[in-house]
Design a protein around this ligand. Structure first.
Ligand SMILES: [Zn+2]
Length: 379
């Protein structure tokens, strides 16, 4: 023996070290509802506190309330150390059936489906479902008997196709499926659900437990951008407001576009809004408080208008227009205008009708004569 394992001593303040390639690569934290990489989880703890974490984990497992499960098979896991005091997760019952152990190859889709299933068992998920249900029950617009958690929703035309929304409810506005966005809801889950509820003529509303504009996971972006840049959150404060006002409220995070020196920039805003003020579209499966799309179109129209005015103010003569750089600039504007179904001539300075119109418009806008070599309107 070159080294004897039980003699390895780790300094208490040093960080714990994971084994290099663990069989169990990812675990699910059943309290926070997050998928965690085993190596990252281990390396984030100091050795001293890690011993306590291990003890707590074992105790929780003995009580039948495990904190962590294997992300692939859902079996409770605990931490063990090898002879060199490197750590890894092991299944509570190691019967060799976990695909992670047998190294059987699962498709990406199968792995995602398994993780998604595991996350649904988490405390975080139960909590958010509870908050949504309480909010709905506070609002008489929703029919009490229709507010149900985790009940099958069958497709009307195909009984083999069904979904089980976290919470479903019917109001005067229609039928709603509320889905909690877990830390890892995947794009294909989002896409297939949208299709299902659109086909059912119902609304699918994604609800998060929290949202931070600085730290957005890719999966949140999938929801954000397919939902007109609006994200909904349910939390203690929104529930309290829903109950006080007897009107279902959600917190909405949304982006407001504005034009800054020729570039459109977005700024985040947030507001607690009544659900009745949220616009719902079945066809596009969108629900939004702030119409980002319309606002962005308006902002970019304004920007384009500014560009045309700037061009015309500088290049109103035929000589100047003849220069290639001006011609290119005009043709670029022409293309942008064309996308908005506005047709303009290729050589505007040579088109007297168009010139006249532009000059009249600019004169009206600026309040002084433009294009006629006059200094004031009166002349
Ligand atoms: Zn497993």
């Amino acid at each position: 023996m070159i080294f004897s394992g039980h003699n390895v001593t780790i300094e208490a303040r040093a960080f714990a070290t994971p084994v290099e390639s663990p069989e169990i690569e990812e675990v699910i934290d059943l309290i926070s509802g997050e998928v965690q990489r085993a190596t990252t989880f281990i390396a984030a703890h100091r050795y001293s506190e890690f011993v306590e974490v291990r003890v707590a984990m074992r105790e929780a497992m003995k009580k039948g309330q495990p904190r962590h499960i294997c992300a692939i098979c859902g079996t409770p896991v605990h931490l063990v150390a090898n002879m060199r005091k490197r750590f890894f997760f092991r299944h509570k019952i190691e019967d060799g059936s976990c695909p992670a152990v047998t190294r059987s190859t699962l498709s990406e889709e199968e792995i995602r489906a398994r993780k998604y299933h595991g996350l649904r068992e988490s405390e975080a998920h139960k909590r958010i479902k509870g908050l949504i249900e309480r909010s709905l029950r506070a609002d008489p617009a929703f029919d009490t008997e229709t507010i149900i958690q985790e009940k099958r929703w069958n497709a009307a035309d195909d009984p083999r196709t069904w979904r089980k929304p976290d919470v479903q409810a019917t109001s005067t506005e229609g039928r709603f499926a509320f889905e909690a966005q877990l830390s890892t809801t995947f794009l294909d889950v989002v896409v297939s659900r949208r299709m299902f509820y659109r086909h059912a003529g119902a609304h699918l509303i994604w609800v998060l437990a929290s949202f931070s504009e600085d730290y957005r996971r890719m999966t949140t972006d999938d929801l954000l951008f397919s939902n007109n840049s609006n994200v909904f959150v349910v939390d203690q404060e929104t529930v309290r407001l829903s109950e006080e006002t007897k009107q279902f409220h959600l917190r909405c995070h949304y982006r407001i576009p504005s034009c800054d020196a020729g570039t459109i920039r977005d700024k985040w805003h947030e507001a607690i809004v009544p659900f009745s003020a949220v616009k719902k579209e079945i066809e596009r499966q969108r629900a939004y408080y702030f119409d980002y799309e319309a606002e962005e179109a308006k902002v970019s129209d304004n920007e384009l208008r500014g560009e045309v005015i700037a061009y015309w103010s500088e290049n109103m003569t035929r000589q100047m227009e003849g220069r290639p750089e001006h011609q290119d600039r005009w043709l670029a504007l022409k293309e942008k205008l064309g996308k908005r179904n506005i047709a303009v001539p290729d050589r505007p300075a040579w088109d007297s009708g168009f010139r006249g119109m532009m000059h009249a418009v600019l004169t009206a806008l600026k309040g002084h004569g433009v294009g006629w070599q006059f200094d004031t309107l009166i002349q």
